[in-house]
Structure formats: structure tokens, C-alpha cells
Design a protein around this ligand. Sequence first.
Ligand code: 5GP
Ligand code: ZN
Length: 102
Amino acid sequence: MHDENCIFCKIASGAFGTEFSYEDGNVVAFDDLNPQAPVHVLIVPKVHHANIIDGVPSETLASMAAAVKAVAEQRGIAETGFRCIMNTGKDGGQAVMHLHMH
Ligand code: 5GP
Ligand code: ZN
């Protein structure tokens, strides 16, 4: 599904020419516009799901995990460590209602 009004659908489709630090058939990864850490990357499925409890296929979840590993290695933080966050819903502080991992 693609939501015309969804900013992450547009970014993931390549409409803005965003530089992706990882891409496969299911997901893309790109730098957060307003970084809250020295490395702040968003991992975003190409298909629109509102959040992690919105019927996300296992292949998409596997691609998100592969993207985490690839980006962590690329940015040199695989050994030292990092946090992965998925804000979910209004009370979870989710601002963009298209599934993404920080
Ligand atoms: P949320 O609160 O939904 O988990 O986080 C949304 C994140 O998306 C925020 O960290 C915000 O900075 C980022 N963001 C929102 N719009 C854009 C955009 O157009 N481009 C990029 N690269 N990041 C965005
Ligand atoms: Zn979307």
C-alpha cells in the first residue's frame, strides 16, 4: 500500500532523491532530519504500515533487522552499541504514522 499523503511513503519511493544508506526489496534507511544522536538513522519499509502492530510481514521485519546490521557496520557502531526505538501510536510518541525504526 502507498499513501499519497504519507511523507515516508514518498521518501521510500525515491520521489525526493533521498540518499539511502541501505536499501533492499522491502526497506530503505536514511538519516533522520533532526538527529538526536551522532548516528540517527531511520529504517522504513517501502510498503505503508502504520506501526509495528499493523500486520507487518515477517519478511519486512527481517529486512529491518538486516538494515540495522548493515547500517551499524557502515557507521562503525556495531561493536560499541546503539539503541533501536520504534515509537508506537499517540501515547508512544509516534509523530510519523508510517512504521519506522530509529
Ligand atoms: P517518530 O516520533 O514518529 O518516531 O519519529 C519521526 C522521526 O522522523 C523524527 O525523528 C523526525 O526528525 C523524522 N522526520 C520527520 N520528517 C522527516 C523527513 O522529511 N525526512 C527525514 N529524514 N526525517 C524526518
Ligand atoms: Zn506511508
